[in-house]
Write a new protein. Sequence first.
Length: 463
Amino acid sequence: MRSTDGATLPLLESGAVEQHEACSWLFLLLQRDRPLEPSARYRLGREVIALGRGTRGCVEHKARLEITVDDPWMSTAHAQIVREGKCWLLSDAGSRNGTLCNGVAATRTVLEDGDVIEVGRTFFLFRAALETPRDQRDLVDESELPQLGDVLRTISPTFAGALASLARLARSQISIVIVGESGTGKEVLSRTIHELSGRSGPFLAVNCAALPDSIVQSELFGHKKGAFSGALEDSPGLVRSADRGTLLLDELGDLGAAGQGALLRVLQEGEVLPIGGNRPVDVDVRVLSATHRDLASLAKAGSFRSDLLARLSGFVFRVPPLRERREDLGILIRALIRVHGSGASAISFGQDATRAILAYDWPLNVRELEKCITAAIAQSPDGSIQTSHLPEQVCAHRPPAVVRKAAGPMGPERDVQRRERLVRLLEETGGNISEIARVMGTARAQIHRWLRKYELDPATFRR
């Protein structure tokens, strides 16, 4: 990864920065009656997205994407999302149980980034403009995702692209700094890099914050018997113990001055000198670092050695906080249910509990989500998780619902219906204006005026 202003930019094998584009996506997050059902993602690249009940899957048409979910509480034609200029408009399609956006009935609602759409007992997440690598697929089911460990499995095209690039670096000797908030899975990611590296030695993690200057050299580099009071036998130290493997320097930003200087010598020379020893020992170790602190700022302030930072930060990888990858909430909840739920198939979520979990920011990230789900399962003898089983802060966080009406040129209901009919006829006729004019009983010039008004391009429908 090449880090620019704190962002992580995936690299191609040629060294060029991978190209991204901002795309709108819809994510199937969770079915609250059957939370073990997988997630999925759909790129919103068509004019109309139809949501309804049926065998799980999707059907692509020229200008229409039909998404069906096996949810008996959904109607066959339940809701649709229609492109309106640069916006997306959510409307109910006359369903039996209605369509909700952030817990509020959606008759015609302009979607905003992060909106949660509720159809039947299925919850979707709308993302307006995710930075997406160009090689990411439009339609992906959770069952197709690579196995990178539960914390790192992702349906997010942004995070998936970054992880794929990181995996390509795993077999190199390049040192990597992993930056992320507490609880985001930095150590899990480090273990995954080690497993992908193919190195024959062990993976060892050392908490730099727990290494005071007085013992740091002994802990890292070992000592000879009798080197100091209490040295009753030889000790290889953590660096030598990780020989031919990977050493993770966790919370690197908290390493003291003495430890920084000693570590720099190891990285420069590729050898360690145990305390009390008189002959250095060669070591072959891959060094990874993890921190929640801004090392560049610490180096600028003089509290972290800039030469050590240069040695360690061949690449900087940022693990996003959970609030930035809410599309993965379903995947993570499923993983936690399987681990902590003895009767996983019997677990379900109440409506308000689901809304609260999906609306909460999770400031302590995956670690906080794990504690929440584990405690909720333990408190629910019948497996039905309700708000009473959730921490107070999760339920109290829910923002007040705001009703957002559609704005712009498509105010009257007849405009919405006319645009939908035009899209359907454009698709059926392959963009044949004369045929559309005949079917609608009007002049070609009027059809062209409507097409301009509703920002529809007939060329995109031509076969």
